[in-house]
Ligand binder design. Structure first.
Ligand SMILES: O=P(O)(O)OC[C@H]1O[C@](O)(CO)[C@@H](O)[C@@H]1O
Length: 531
C-alpha cells in the first residue's frame, strides 16, 4: 500500500482550483433529460445515486476527482479496512465494515481474528433469536416472549430503531407477521419508559440493555427503572429477562445474572454500530435472523462499491465530494435528508448522529484548529409530509439548502389503491419528481412573492423497493460518505469529545455541587433541588 500523506483541505491544489468555480453550474442550463439518465452510479444493494440535479458540470466533477486523488480517499479507506489506527483521538482502529465482511484481509488484534469474533457474536445472536422464537427460551412465568424492548441511547438506539421501522412493514407483508414486536426506550425522561411499559405484557417481554461503554447515565437509569417496574409486577429476578449488548471491557460484561450477553469491541463506534450486535440482536429477534443477514449483505455490497477507484463510479465517494463542494465552495451550512418513504421516518435522525457526531469537529486529526467549515447541519423528514412543513423555506428562503432525496419505485406492503386515476405510490413518486424539478428550475413570476428562484440542488438515492438488502446498502452508503468527507476535511470522524462537557455539568448538578452559579440558577428554576 503506497504511503499516505495527510493534509488539510486548504492545502490541496485541487481545492483551490475548485474555489474558482464558486458559482457552481446553473441548473436551469445543465439539467436535461439526457443528464437525468446519465448522471447516476450504482451504490450497491440495488440502489442508484443520481446527481443530475446537483450544481456541478464536467469541469467541476473533474476537479472533484482530482481532489479525491490528492486526498488519497481510496488509500485511506483501504488503510482503515486493513486495521490502521484511524480514530486518532482515541488511538483506535475503526472496524465497523468488518461486521459485514472482509475487504482487506484479516485484522488480528492481541491474537484475535476480529472478523471471526464479529461473526461468532452474530451467530450467537441468530441462535438466541431462534430459541426465543421456538419457545425454547421463555419468560420467568413460562410464557413465550412476544415483545422485545431495547434500552439504549444514541448509537445504541437510533440506527437499530431506524432499521426496525424501515423493515417492519416489509416483514409483515412478506411473512404475514413479525416474529416479535419491538419497542425502544432511550430518553431519561421517565415518560419515555412509561409509554413503552404501559404498552407491554411484562411477563412476555424480553429486554435488551445496550450500552457499549456500560456507563451511560440514561441507559443505566432506564434499566434500573424497568427492573423496579418488573419487580412491582411480581417478577422477582428482572435480569432473567434481560440480555446485554456491550463491550467486553464494560461493567455490564461482568454480570452473570443477565439471561445472555453479546459483545462488541472498542473498534466499533456507537453511531457505526447498527450492523453489530447493537442492531443485530433486536433486529434478529423482531424481524428474523435472515432479515439481518440480508441487511449485512447489502451493507457489504455498498462497502465493496466504495472501493471503486474511479470517483465517477463510486457513489459514496462522489456523494461525499459533491457535499464538500456544496459546504466549502458554495458555502451551504446545512443539508436535508428527504426520504419519500414513511418507513424511513427515523432515518434522518440516525443520520444526524452519524454525520454531525462524526464531522462536527473544529480541529484536524492532529488536534489543530482548521480554517474552513466542516460537517454540515443535518435535518429531514419524510416526503410528502415535509412539503407541508418546511419546503416553503427550501423553495423561497434566503438560504440554499442542498437536498438529498431517497425514493423507491414500489411500496413495501403492496397495500395500495387507484384513486382518481393513480395509485398512492404513483402520487408519492410524482411528488418526488416534481419537487426535484421545482427546486432545480424554479419558476419566474412578476410578482416576487410568487417567484421561485430555483437553483436548489438535490441528489436522489433510489431503488426498486426498500428491502433488507437495500436498507443495509443505504446505511453503509452514508457511513462511507461521512468517512470520505472526514478524510477530505482531514478530521477524525470517529471520536466524540463534544459530548463530555454536558455530562460533567449534569453530574455536578445532580451531586448538588455545581461550580457555576449560573448553573445553580438554572437548576433551581427547573426544580432540580439537591440537598
Ligand atoms: O452505547 P453507549 O456507550 O451507552 O453510548 C451511547 C451513545 O453516547 C455517545 O457516546 C455520546 O453521544 C454516542 O457516541 C453513543 O452512541
Amino acid at each position: 500500500m503506497g504511503s499516505i500523506s495527510y493534509r488539510n483541505l486548504d492545502q490541496c491544489e485541487s481545492f483551490h482550483a475548485l474555489l474558482k468555480e464558486k458559482g457552481g453550474a446553473s441548473l436551469r442550463e445543465v439539467l436535461t433529460p439526457e443528464r437525468v439518465g446519465s448522471y447516476q452510479v450504482p451504490a450497491g444493494g440495488g440502489l442508484f445515486y443520481n446527481y443530475a440535479a446537483k450544481a456541478v458540470d464536467e469541469r467541476i466533477l473533474s476537479l472533484l476527482s482530482d481532489l479525491a486523488k490528492e486526498q488519497q480517499l481510496l488509500e485511506k479507506y483501504r488503510a482503515l479496512l486493513a486495521g490502521e489506527v484511524m480514530n486518532t483521538g482515541e488511538k483506535r482502529k475503526v472496524l465497523h465494515h468488518l461486521q459485514r465482511g472482509e475487504l482487506a484481509g484479516p485484522v488480528v488484534h492481541e491474537g484475535v481474528n476480529l472478523r471471526e469474533f464479529y461473526v461468532e457474536q452474530h451467530e450467537k445472536a441468530f441462535e438466541f433469536a431462534r430459541k426465543v422464537h421456538e419457545g425454547v427460551v421463555r419468560g420467568p412465568s413460562g410464557a413465550p416472549f412476544t415483545t422485545v424492548v431495547q434500552i439504549g441511547i444514541g448509537g445504541s438506539d437510533l440506527g437499530p430503531r431506524a432499521l426496525y421501522y424501515a423493515l417492519e412493514g416489509y416483514v409483515r407483508a412478506t411473512k404475514g407477521a413479525l416474529p416479535m414486536e419491538a419497542r425502544f426506550i432511550s430518553n431519561v425522561d421517565p415518560d419515555d419508559a412509561a409509554a413503552v411499559l404501559s404498552s407491554i405484557d411484562p411477563a412476555r417481554t424480553l429486554f435488551i440493555l445496550v450500552s457499549k461503554s456500560g456507563t451511560t447515565q440514561e441507559t443505566l437509569t432506564n434499566a434500573a427503572l424497568v427492573s423496579s417496574f418488573l419487580r412491582e409486577k411480581g417478577i422477582t429476578e428482572p435480569k432473567r429477562q434481560m440480555v446485554v449488548v456491550t463491550s467486553k471491557t464494560s461493567p455490564l460484561a461482568q454480570d452473570p445474572d443477565y439471561l445472555a450477553g453479546f459483545y462488541i469491541d472498542d473498534f466499533i463506534g456507537g453511531r457505526y454500530s447498527a450492523t453489530s450486535p447493537v442492531g443485530g440482536v433486536v433486529l434478529s429477534l423482531a424481524l428474523g435472523p435472515e432479515v439481518f443477514q440480508e441487511l449485512l449483505a447489502g451493507a457489504h455490497e455498498a462497502d465493496r462499491s466504495a472501493l471503486e477507484p474511479d470517483p465517477r463510479k463510486n457513489a459514496a465517494m462522489l456523494d461525499a465530494l459533491i457535499g464538500v463542494y456544496e459546504r466549502n465552495v458554495l458555502n451551504h451550512p446545512a443539508t436535508a435528508i428527504l426520504p419519500y418513504s414513511q418507513a424511513l421516518h427515523r432515518f434522518p435522525a440516525h443520520l444526524q448522529q452519524l454525520d454531525m457526531e462524526s464531522n462536527g469537529k473544529r480541529v484536524n486529526r492532529w488536534g489543530e484548529p482548521v480554517a474552513y467549515p466542516t460537517g454540515p447541519i443535518i435535518f429531514g423528514e419524510p416526503g410528502t409530509n415535509g412539503q407541508h412543513s418546511f419546503y416553503q423555506l427550501l423553495h423561497q428562503g434566503t438560504d440554499i439548502v442542498p437536498l438529498q432525496f431517497i425514493g423507491f419505485v414500489e411500496g413495501q406492503t403492496g397495500f395500495d389503491r387507484e384513486i382518481d386515476g393513480s395509485t398512492s405510490q404513483q402520487k408519492l413518486n410524482a411528488n418526488l419528481a416534481a419537487q426535484i424539478v421545482a427546486f432545480a428550475k424554479g419558476k419566474d413570476a412578476e410578482d416576487q412573492n410568487k417567484h421561485f428562484p430555483g437553483g436548489r440542488p438535490s441528489s436522489l438515492l433510489y431503488g426498486g423497493r426498500l428491502t433488507p438488502r437495500t436498507a443495509g446498502a443505504l446505511l453503509a452508503h452514508y457511513e462511507n460518505k461521512v468517512m470520505f468527507q472526514g478524510f477530505l476535511w482531514n478530521i477524525n470522524s470517529f471520536d466524540q469529545e463534544g459530548v463530555q462537557l454536558g455530562k460533567v455539568l449534569t453530574k455536578e448538578v445532580l451531586a448538588g455541587t455545581p461550580t457555576d452559579p449560573v448553573l445553580t440558577a438554572y437548576a433551581r428554576i427547573l426544580g432540580v433541588r439537591r440537598s
